[in-house]
Every structure is written in structure tokens, then in C-alpha cells.
Design a protein around this ligand. Structure first.
Ligand SMILES: [Zn+2]
Length: 253
């Protein structure tokens, strides 16, 4: 098949390297899809929403409490000013005195009502504040979870990208050792056979189709340095040798 004598192991090595590259690429793809990250980000979104809701409820209630206190303060000022007038001795009309007294009574009554309402809101606010703090802690936890997953993903991606870079270099080196016609044949079989062009014949079994080579065909397999074709799956077949195990082990790590 080949005009230049070369080591058929190189063809197996090329196949194994390309298998490893494909496997790493799917690992990279899986990492980039990152279901745990998507889930953590979704949970963080929910936690943020809860926190915002609890915070705005707190702010709204606190605003209402403040309004009541402002109102009480305003009415207290009015009461004081009324009292000043009452005790200034400048008012001579008893009707006018009565009006001021009456107004102050109404104001005091209204203030006591407002103060009660403000107190109730204060109690509510305590519970609301607790809810806000809890939501904040939960959100913080989700936030660190997202950051943790992202960091972990980036670290793994860096490692995988380095591995792929190394594999590509090794692939280029192997390609230099393979004759052009064999490379052409390899690519042709690869595109026809789902990406796997090379199989290894061990004890007359094909490593890819897992079938035993019929004895009539097996008889022809004599030279371990020759390149054969699996009569069953049609792939380029190389007779097993120990170096193949070594290459497989290297590519595993
Ligand atoms: Zn086969």
C-alpha cells in the first residue's frame, strides 16, 4: 500500500491522538454548556428577586412609619404653638380659648393614634428586617456558588485547552512521519467510517468492529509491518504491537 516504508504504529497513533482531541473537545463543550452553572445562576436570580422584594417591602413600611412620625412632630409643634398662645395671656375671647383647647385635644388624640400605628409598624419592621437579612445571606451564598463554579470551569477549561494544544502539536509531528498517500487514504476512510479510520488487529480480532477475521483472510496477515484492511468493517488495520499500549497510556494521562 505505502511506497515509503514507515512505522504503521504512526497511523494508530494518529487515530488515537484524534480520538483524544475529539474527546477533549466534547469535554470542553460540556463544560461550556455547564448545567450546574445555569442552575446556580437561575437560583441566584430567584434569591436576588426575594431580596429585592423583602427590601422594598421594608423600605415602604419604614417610609410609612416615618410619615407617621413626621405627622406627629408637625402636630406637636402645632400643639406647642397653641399652648404658647393659650398661656400668653393675649387671648381674651373665651370662645377663642376654647377653640385652641379643643384643637389641641383633637391633635393629641390623633397623635396618640399615630404613635400607636407607628409602634405597630416598628414591630412589623423587626420581622421584615429579619427577612431582608435572611434573603441577603441566601443571595450571598448563591453568589459565591456561581463564582465557585465559574472559577472551577475556567480552571478546567485552561487545563483542557492546554491538553488539546499538546495533542495538536503531537498530531502535527505524527503527520510529518506518514506518507502523503496514506494520509489521503486515512482521511478518506475516516470521513466514510464515522471518524475512525484505523483499527488494530489483535489475535485476529478487529479493535473497532470487534469481529474475528475469517481464517481465510487471517492467513494473509503475515507481516506485522504491513498495512491491512479489515475485511469486515473496511478500516485500515494494523497488527497489534506493544507500542500501541504505551501510546494509549500516554494519551490517557
Ligand atoms: Zn473491523
Amino acid at each position: 500500500m505505502a511506497e515509503i516504508k514507515f512505522d504503521p504504529t504512526d497511523l494508530v497513533e494518529l487515530q488515537l491522538i484524534e480520538n483524544a482531541i475529539t474527546a477533549r473537545h466534547s469535554e470542553i463543550k460540556e463544560l461550556e454548556i455547564n448545567k450546574p452553572l445555569v442552575e446556580a445562576e437561575r437560583e441566584l436570580g430567584g434569591a436576588k428577586e426575594n431580596f429585592d422584594k423583602a427590601s422594598s417591602e421594608y423600605r415602604e413600611t419604614d417610609g410609612n412609619r416615618k410619615k407617621l412620625e413626621d405627622q406627629v412632630e408637625l402636630q406637636n409643634e402645632k400643639i406647642s404653638s397653641n399652648e404658647e398662645k393659650l398661656f400668653s395671656g393675649t387671648i381674651t375671647s373665651s370662645k377663642e380659648l376654647e377653640n385652641y383647647q379643643e384643637e389641641n385635644e383633637i391633635l393629641k388624640e390623633s397623635n396618640s393614634k399615630y404613635e400607636d400605628e407607628a409602634l405597630e409598624l416598628m414591630e412589623l419592621l423587626e420581622g421584615m428586617d429579619k427577612k431582608v437579612q435572611e434573603a441577603k445571606i441566601l443571595m450571598g451564598g448563591k453568589e459565591s456558588e456561581v463564582i465557585r463554579i465559574k472559577n472551577e470551569m475556567n480552571e478546567k477549561l485552561e487545563v483542557l485547552n492546554n491538553i488539546v494544544e499538546g495533542l495538536n502539536k503531537r498530531r502535527e509531528e505524527v503527520l510529518l512521519r506518514i506518507p502523503e498517500d496514506l494520509k489521503k487514504k486515512y482521511n478518506e476512510v475516516k470521513s466514510r467510517k464515522g471518524g475512525i479510520a484505523v483499527s488494530v488487529l489483535k489475535n485476529f480480532f478487529c479493535s473497532v468492529c470487534n469481529m474475528e477475521i475469517p481464517s481465510s483472510e487471517a492467513e494473509k496477515i503475515e507481516d506485522p509491518d504491513e498495512i491491512y484492511k479489515c475485511p469486515l468493517c473496511g478500516r485500515i488495520s494494523i497488527v497489534y504491537r506493544k507500542e500501541i499500549d504505551k501510546i494509549e497510556k500516554e494519551l490517557e494521562s
